[in-house]
Design a binder for this molecule. Sequence first.
Ligand SMILES: [Zn+2]
Length: 268
Amino acid sequence: MARISSMPKGQIIDSHAHLTWDSFAEDQQEVIERAFAEGVVQIVQAGVDLKTIPEMVTLTETYREIFIGVGLHPHDAKLWNDEADSTIRQAAEHPKVVAIGECGLDFYYNHSDRDEQLACFKAQIEIARDLNKPLIIHSRDAWEDTFQLLEEVGGGKVRGVFHCFTGGPEVLPRIEALDFYVSFSGIVTFASAKNIQAAAPLVKADRILVETDCPYLAPQPMRGKRNEPSYVWYVAEKLAQLRGSDLKQIAETTVANARRLFDLPRVD
Ligand SMILES: [Zn+2]
């Protein structure tokens, strides 16, 4: 696999990052500048809690290339209440808030009860529907419930992305029926991720995104290190290989898709 610096340069978007987390406390600015230097033209930072919304908003005001989602992660679904609901609705009025989430269901870790997770997710689908913002979905070991809630509550009136896709070809028809996007993270570069790799060529070209989910999940050949937005190129390179495409094409396609989904401005 090529070093990023030797890859043919173009523009790319990291559709899911967490730049305000502690892992970047020392060198956030350097990480962001390195991303820009490597052709990452826009970054969407996903929200997981409500207390860091002001910090995320400040980040978007510092960098015109950075946008955010606001939402409550399923791990913390037990904290959901009416106040959380109005905090998210209010925060979403900021022009740099381009999505609701990440939100969803995680029945692998079950850090919150299933019922709490279902209620928290349902409420955020309603917010996305009411405000006409896309959803950033975290779904782990919970496909059926995720699809059911999106179908029932979203009713074809919400759009969004399955971030850090960990499914296989078998779930793609339901995602296509919802007309949602599928975002691949560094996991797709792992040798063990056969099912995800099998799905990669089957996602429609106008519904595919790339992300880092940094600081987690650094792609090969950086696996095990702290992840950062510039590494999104490795994800795109793997997708190009799996889809029989080239890197430039994947970059252009995923930039266009991210802009369409999140309504991001063009930059030249
Ligand atoms: Zn995330």
